[in-house]
Ligand binder design. Structure first.
Ligand code: RIB
Length: 301
């Protein structure tokens, strides 16, 4: 089964800071590192490192060729990434604070230059039953979802970063939602914050879909119409949380695409994202499957 990730590719400029800069404040950073990133690229790399037959579609400018090299090194097929002469690649300005938390400013660049012609050509290369993984950092998302659904592909949506555009998408075409509590609250338009309740409401709202709700240190919940699986989080010392969610998504979908039981896919996703948090950067922090299987992680009791 092939897995297509149609998503963003970013150059991440990561600034190590004591605290996030405040309104009106100027601060110095301790370091600047340049990483490959973008939710789409990170999820493709996680999928490939987890063992999925992974294809990435998207767009970069001439400045982003190293992003392709890094994806190829991880085993991602990149022939469906357009290299555009007239725009620069997407980028992200990331502050990484002393606790390992981040805040991010995005510049869309080539990620916002996807054409309908590209969408049609890409989707035509896949078959019914193949998977398509989407996030919210590229244009033409609704069109991609419609075409993939028409083709019989399984549509996975990670509605991140959340904005008003998400509610305009054909959400009833989604087979798997992978989202966090804040995204769940916004999709449901509720002030409810309890993970269990949010998971139940999402199942009610999208009865044909599987819901995977991540709850930070409280772990994650898998829910479909007939059952729920609760996965604990692993406690690790955070260096940089960037791409932890992308690692979780990639590992979970790779497991499902390989026919693993959902329990195993959830467990591997939790382990892989915990390892990613202990390392700097986005894509470079994502571990390979062998390491995830062998790593000794303490479980939160
Ligand atoms: O999810 C992390 C990613 O969000 C970063 O790599 C950055 O590029 C932004 O897209």
């Amino acid at each position: 089964m092939k897995v297509l990730c149609f998503g963003s590719l970013n150059i991440d400029y990561t600034y190590k800071v004591e605290h996030f800069v405040q309104k009106g404040e100027t601060i110095s950073s301790q370091s600047l590192q340049v990483f490959s990133g973008g939710k789409g690229l990170n999820q493709s790399i996680a999928l490939a490192k987890a063992g999925a037959d992974t294809y990435h579609a998207g767009a970069i400018g001439m400045d982003g060729r190293f992003l392709l090299e890094q994806m190829e090194e991880a085993g991602v097929h990149t022939e469906m990434v357009s290299v555009l002469a007239e725009v620069r690649s997407g980028n992200a300005i990331i502050q990484n604070d002393r606790d390992g938390d981040n805040c991010i400013i995005l510049y869309g660049g080539a990620n916002q230059a996807i054409t309908r012609k590209q969408v049609e050509e890409v989707i035509a290369r896949f078959d019914a039953g193949d998977y398509i993984v989407l996030q919210n950092e590229i244009n033409e998302l609704a069109y991609i979802m419609e075409k993939a659904h028409e083709r019989g592909m399984k549509v996975i949506l990670n509605p991140s970063p959340m904005d008003e555009k998400i509610s305009t998408l054909p959400l009833n075409d989604v087979d798997y939602f992978l989202l966090n509590e804040v995204e769940a609250e916004q999709i449901l338009n509720t002030e409810e914050t309890a993970g269990e309740v949010l998971a139940d409401r999402l199942v009610e709202r999208f009865p044909g879909a599987v819901i995977v709700l991540t709850l930070g240190s409280k772990g994650s919940i898998y829910a479909d119409g007939s059952r729920k699986i609760r996965q604990q989080a692993y406690r690790v010392k955070a260096v940089d949380t960037t791409a932890a969610g992308d690692t979780f998504t990639g590992y979970f979908i790779a497991g499902i695409a390989a026919g693993e039981p959902a329990e195993r896919a959830m467990e591997m996703a939790a382990r892989a994202s915990a390892i990613a948090v202990t390392r700097a950067g986005a894509a470079p922090s994502i571990p390979y499957r062998k390491e995830v299987e062998e790593y000794q992680l303490p479980q939160i009791s």
